[in-house]
Design a protein around this ligand. Structure first.
Ligand code: FES
Length: 143
């Protein structure tokens, strides 16, 4: 391949990659953010779920330096959320989120958006934390 053809091919490949990335981000319905710790609560601003003026994200992955695993927070309504520790109950691998389910990259266990085991080998539901909504904040009790 000549240099000119190589550059042309790489250019189109980069443009294609940018397009795919922007499409995936546009329909992912999620984002990763850093929460803050207040006493024993992991705190997330309520507006972090705001996708645009009328749409909300389905879930957020919330991390903090003091946490070994992130917490996945699903939004079901303005007042209903679940907060799930993203630690597989089989052997402790960190889970990945795919829309309304979490999957383990180690051996394939799957969990629902409420933390219920859907497929093994895990046979214990995910750890779920109590969630309260106070003063435009989502407070996840880590006790
Ligand atoms: S560690 Fe998750 S399925 Fe084994």
């Amino acid at each position: 391949m000549e240099r000119k053809d190589f550059i042309k091919t790489c250019g189109f490949a980069c443009l294609g990659g940018l397009f795919v990335t922007s499409v995936l981000e546009g329909c992912s319905g999620s984002k990763v953010i850093a929460g803050t710790i207040d006493h024993s609560d992991l705190v997330v601003p309520l507006n972090a779920f705001q996708h645009n003026k009328t749409a909300y994200l389905k879930y957020l992955v919330v991390g903090h330096d003091s946490l070994k695993y992130p917490v996945c927070v699903y939004r079901f309504s303005e007042t209903e959320y679940t907060a799930l520790l993203m630690r597989c109950t089989h052997q402790g691998a960190e889970l990945q989120v795919f829309g309304d389910r979490l999957e383990c990259p180690a051996h394939g266990s799957q969990f629902s958006d409420t933390g219920q085991v859907k497929n093994g080998p895990a046979d214990v539901n995910l750890r779920a934390f109590p969630v309260t909504v106070v003063n435009n904040q989502i407070r996840i009790s880590l006790k």
